[in-house]
Design a protein around this ligand. Structure first.
Ligand SMILES: Cc1cc2nc3c(=O)[nH]c(=O)nc-3n(C[C@H](O)[C@H](O)[C@H](O)COP(=O)(O)OP(=O)(O)OC[C@H]3O[C@@H](n4cnc5c(N)ncnc54)[C@H](O)[C@@H]3O)c2cc1C
Length: 471
């Protein structure tokens, strides 16, 4: 195939993580075929530069950054190659986004089995991190729904992996952060749905103990469960918040499924009250992006959530709440934000998170947003999941806070590791090599290194995260 991409090193640009807290100048290439990816590997080999695969760049940390190296931007490889609405099997190029995918399959009665809190992510990025959804306790991560994939190795070999073929690479590349090879096609099994709506139950949690008990006790009765936590109030109220749990509708529970599954019943409106464009809403959030402003927002939200309620909501509205306000992350200002997500066994989560939230309040570095989920373990090599819960915390970064925040997150790491917890490589930007060794274990690291040597003997595939955690 004739290469359409320019292969000279002249496209040197500044790239950032999703939270805009990190920057990395890199040479960007945007291939449209596996052949063009191959050419980039050859160029890297010749020039001594390293290569990082990048999807939509929605990772909160340095997973898709490569300071001084090459970025392989896969967003142009975004064709849905095959879709079978009888079986729900879909084969896609890696740059297809969750948004493209659900909009294609939903009107025909299917939904992606696992989605992230934003629909802007690509399938390649979702497999690289092995994302989880609000149904992780039931459906596992996205990797459990991959029927097969092809990947290009830096050696130039294109391999096929399924749960039965090249098994160690299947479980290593999914969760492998683009360090073993680059996905070139992904076949996924969609979930059959009978309605475009979910039935959502919402109820308040008055403290941390109740919050975690509600997640634990209710998860078995629902398809999805998620909690919002007010992380700005301590004492007896620490951990208070709201739980949302949702079920698919079945049979004739939805009298008009053909209508509710139409795209115009799913797509999030571009204007608030039909008037204000949502694209500028983040500007109005900026004055509140400080400790006092977010204390007010959290307190008001908690008061508003005290009443139990049951309502119906479209799949898109339930899953992609964070997409309601485009560019909301910019409201955090110039320094951006860091998201710190810890995964803790159900037996130790309460004490550990009490200690962490207490610490953040005492140090004047509260998290402005807390989100909880219920999880179960999985078999992928660099798994982040546990039989327990996760808590994602968003911290504002400023020049004056950066060093104190970094110190506090290292203190958090110690608390999490002592409590038998794990971290997620799509979120935390502080996790050290030592912390990773503790939660992954020597055996896992040896296995990962052995796969790395086999797939990429010249170490072409690297990222800032790889150098931070695995080298
Ligand atoms: C608002 C928001 C909400 C989120 N909610 C969730 C959530 O609910 N659950 C969850 O699990 N995560 C969540 N995330 C994190 C996000 O899903 C992951 O970071 C995901 O990996 C981002 O996909 P991406 O296409 O942007 O990938 P990128 O960030 O560009 O890359 C992620 C990783 O995948 C690798 N990669 C990318 N493409 C390929 C490829 N073709 N082949 C091999 N490797 C590749 C990269 O090298 C990198 O290591 C959220 C992120 C945001 C911003």
């Amino acid at each position: 195939m004739e290469a359409k991409m320019s292969l000279s090193l002249n496209n040197f640009i500044q790239l950032e993580n999703f939270g805009h807290s990190l920057r990395a100048p890199s040479y960007r290439f945007r291939p449209t075929s596996p052949e063009e990816i191959c050419e980039v590997f050859q160029l890297a080999d010749k020039t001594g530069l390293t290569v990082t695969a990048r999807g939509a760049g929605r990772s909160y940390n340095d997973a898709a950054l490569n300071g001084g190296g090459i970025i392989l931007d896969l967003t142009a490889m975004n064709r849905i190659l095959e879709w079978d609405s009888a079986t729900g099997l879909v084969r896609c190029e890696p740059g297809v986004t969750l948004e493209q995918l659900w909009q294609r399959v939903e009107p025909e009665g299917w939904w992606p089995p696992v989605v992230s809190g934003t629909m802007k992510t690509t399938l390649g990025g979702c497999l690289g991190a092995n994302i989880h959804g609000k149904n992780n306790f039931k459906m596992g991560p996205i990797g459990e729904h991959v029927v097969g994939l092809t990947a290009l190795l830096p050696t130039g070999a294109e391999i096929t992996c399924t749960p039965k073929e090249n098994i160690d690479l299947f479980y290593g590349m999914i969760s492998g952060l683009g360090i073993l090879g680059v996905f070139t096609s992904i076949t996924l099994q969609m979930k059959h749905i009978e309605s475009g709506l979910l039935e959502v139950h919402a109820w308040p949690a008055h403290d941390l103990h109740e919050h975690l008990s509600l997640l634990l006790d209710n998860a078995p009765n629902y398809d999805y469960i998620v909690g919002w936590m007010d992380t700005m109030n301590g004492g007896k109220s620490l951990g208070r918040g709201q739980i949302h749990a949702a079920n698919y509708l079945h049979g004739n529970e939805d009298p008009n499924p053909q209508k509710t599954m139409q795209l115009n019943n799913q797509i999030l409106p571009p204007r608030i009250f039909g008037v204000f464009p949502k694209s500028i809403l983040y500007l109005f959030m900026m004055p509140f992006a400080n400790n006092l402003g977010w204390w007010g927002v959290n307190t008001a939200k908690y008061v508003a959530s005290l009443r139990r309620s049951v309502f119906r909501q479209s799949h898109a509205a339930f899953h992609f709440l964070l997409d309601y306000v485009p560019n909301w992350e910019l409201s955090y200002g110039r320094g951006g934000l860091i998201q710190y997500q810890s995964f803790l066994p159900k037996e130790t989560a309460e004490a550990a998170w009490r200690e962490m939230i207490d610490l953040s309040l005492r140090r004047g570095l509260p998290s402005y947003l807390g989100v909880t989920k219920r999880h179960r373990p999985d078999k992928f090599l660099l798994t982040h999941a546990v039989d327990g819960f996760s808590l994602a915390l968003d911290f504002k970064v400023t020049d004056s806070r950066r060093a104190k925040l970094s110190q506090m997150l290292q203190d958090f790491d110690r608390i999490v590791l002592n409590a038998g917890g794990r971290f997620y490589f799509a979120k935390n930007s502080e996790t050290s090599a030592e912390a990773a060794r503790t939660f992954l274990g020597e055996q896992t690291l040896l296995k990962f290194k052995e796969l790395k040597k086999r797939c990429d003997p010249n170490n072409l595939l690297e990222s800032d995260l790889f150098r931070r955690v695995f080298e």
